[in-house]
Design a protein around this ligand. Structure first.
Ligand SMILES: [Zn+2]
Length: 162
């Protein structure tokens, strides 16, 4: 699936899911989830393991921060897993952000209000949903073993059942 197709699927699901949540009376939760989904669709995606991709272009002049990540990641390797891949990308990004936060906090103490922690938790859930949507669109499912080539495919027993 091409990058623009991943973006279209994810943003459609975001609009439908978060729109429904807002209509049912949870506009703040919908906003937080939508922010996480947009972050995980437009900026931090499993395809950052490619040297050219839409997400990296969206980083503009900061796109260079993903060069080491792409150099160390095999396409559709660890980057395309359900828990490790998304978590590693967040930790990798934190390596870049943490020194800046530390430097700023030396001059201005940083604290988050209580509502921000709730917003961040929901945005985190939205981020993981975006990653999982991407993987499902790539035909990767959470409980399937890897083939020797690194791609995931159904086991023989599972294939016989379906
Ligand atoms: Zn992918």
């Amino acid at each position: 699936m091409h990058g623009y197709q991943h973006t279209a699927v994810n943003m459609t699901c975001t609009a439908l899911g978060c729109g429904a949540l807002a209509l049912f009376g949870y506009p703040q939760s919908a906003t937080a989830l939508a922010a996480g989904l947009a972050f995980g669709t437009l900026l931090v995606t499993p395809d950052l393991d490619l040297h050219l991709n839409d997400a990296r272009r969206n980083w503009g002049p900061l796109r260079f921060i993903w060069v080491p990540y792409a150099a160390l990641s095999k396409h559709r390797g660890m980057s395309h897993t359900f828990l490790a891949g998304p978590t590693i990308r967040l930790l990798y990004l934190a390596l870049w952000v943490a020194p800046i936060v530390w430097l700023v906090s030396r001059f201005q103490p940083l604290t988050l209000p209580e509502t921000s922690w709730r917003f961040l938790a929901l945005a985190g859930i939205g981020y993981f949903f975006a990653q999982w949507l991407h993987l499902l669109c790539d035909g990767i499912y959470p409980d399937l073993p890897r083939s020797p080539s690194g791609n995931r495919r159904p086991s023989k027993a599972r294939a016989r059942r379906s």
